[in-house]
Design a protein around this ligand. Structure first.
Ligand SMILES: O=C(O)CCC(=O)C(=O)O
Length: 251
């Protein structure tokens, strides 16, 4: 990471990585994801009135092989290596948001729990770094992530009921961009447009942290198929307590 990137990420808690997926690859992936959107549209139609018009499929990487390689996107690796100790893939999902599709404001940062974004020996350290790929353009009002920059370091908890609407910054994206953000930074989203927001999320944690669901062996098949010493293999290894058994590949 450049000094400018480090400075800005540290202050803001997020950064936009433009063109993180090359156009040809993006088109290939979107062709595959069209089928997921058709399925999601059916699930959306089956929802009752008043339900959140969002459909999300968790653990998408195990269900959609075309999304496996993106977990170790070479554009992303310098950021994972710089900002997470012994990084590991934690969770993945695909989300489709129709008009009104909403994610409520949240973060891990209270600021009194151990998930916190912190620094150690002069390095940024994350316990949860999210990478959101826009698979289509997300225009203003189209459901881009809305963030409260800097809240990953807040010293006071957000007062109950204060939705800090005046502090939200909306982040539109172009198709193929990746938004990296600390999950300790307060964030939310709402699609007010007619376009369906299509995003894929990968989250990363230090090697000592367990998966949120699916157990330690969640990525065993991907791990077994990955090339020895590759970043994909490294990122899909099992959580390890403090007994790290794999050398981190060089970026
Ligand atoms: O899909 C979104 O807009 C929000 C994602 C989110 O809340 C998260 O990654 O924790």
């Amino acid at each position: 990471m450049t000094p400018q990137e480090l400075y800005r990420y540290d202050i803001n808690g997020y950064m936009l990585l433009e063109g993180a997926i090359a156009p040809g690859e993006l088109a290939r992936l979107n062709e595959r994801l069209d089928a997921w959107e058709e399925r999601a549209a059916e699930d959306f139609r089956a929802k009752s009135a008043g339900e959140n018009p969002e459909v999300r499929y968790d653990d998408i990487i195990n269900a959609e092989p075309s999304l496996v390689e993106l977990a170790a996107n070479p554009r992303l690796l310098p950021y994972l290596a710089e900002m997470i100790e012994n990084p590991r893939l934690k969770s993945t999902w695909i989300a489709f948001k129709w008009r009104g599709g909403t994610t409520k404001l949240h973060s891990n940062h209270t600021p009194s729990i151990t998930h916190n974004f912190y620094h150690f020996n002069g390095q940024i350290r994350h316990n949860l770094l999210n990478v959101m790929y826009a698979m289509r353009d997300i225009e203003p009002g189209g459901g881009g992530l809305q963030v409260v920059p800097g809240t990953h370091k807040a010293s006071y908890p957000r007062p109950p009921g204060d939705m800090v609407a005046d502090m939200l910054v909306e982040l539109p994206m172009r198709a193929g961009d990746a938004l990296l953000f600390s999950h300790d930074m307060a964030h939310c989203s709402r699609n007010e447009s007619a376009a369906v927001r299509r995003t894929v999320m990968y989250t990363y944690c230090p090697g000592v942290i367990a998966n949120s669901f699916g157990g330690d062996g969640l990525y065993d098949e991907i791990f077994a198929a990955a090339t020895t010493d590759s970043w994909l293999k490294y990122l899909t290894r099992r959580p390890n307590g403090f007994k790290e058994t794999y050398a981190q590949p060089v970026v």
